[in-house]
Design a protein around this ligand. Structure first.
Ligand code: ZN
Length: 156
């Protein structure tokens, strides 16, 4: 039995990295290798959280980074219309909720700064649907290509 309250890093739990707001009924249980991939993503998100608060949060700020989607089983990925080869399937991606376009760009810029220390990422995608923005961030294990892709997608 998975311990969903387990912390992958200081501020990110396994629970939020496997949750599905719209489809809580769908089986979505990662394997150990996928959990390790989620942990790698969360290490970047910890850096992002710290840098974002330092840069944009004001004195004593402790603003969270909100994840709307992390790991997805094939079934969940199909249900939400994810790409066939989505990084979410391996636990290598997280979607970060953004207040607006500016915040998505700020996250993207900070993730690129973090890569100076952590190495290559695979995807940074600023996505917009109706008036909602989110940033898809993916980093893979070193055994796979990390392509440093940057894309903007408007969904309809
Ligand atoms: Zn995504």
């Amino acid at each position: 039995m998975m311990n969903l309250e387990a912390k992958l890093t200081e501020h990110f739990t396994l629970k939020e990295m496997v949750a599905s707001q719209n489809h809580p009924d769908i089986y979505n249980v990662p394997a150990p290798a996928q959990i390790e991939n989620l942990r790698r993503v969360c290490q970047w998100l910890e850096d992002l959280r710290r840098l974002y608060n330092e840069r944009y949060g004001g004195p004593g700020a402790d603003l969270p980074i909100n994840v709307s989607s992390g790991y997805r089983s094939y079934k969940l990925n199909n249900k939400v219309g994810g790409a066939r080869d989505s990084n979410h399937l391996m636990g290598c991606a997280a979607d970060l909720v953004c207040r607006d376009c500016a915040q998505a760009v700020q996250y993207a810029a900070l993730l690129m700064k973090i890569s100076v220390d952590r190495g290559a990422w695979d995807e940074i995608i600023i996505e917009k649907k109706f008036n909602h923005f989110w940033l898809h961030f993916a980093v893979r294990p070193q055994t796979l290509p990390n392509r440093c892709k940057v894309t903007v997608i408007e969904k309809r």
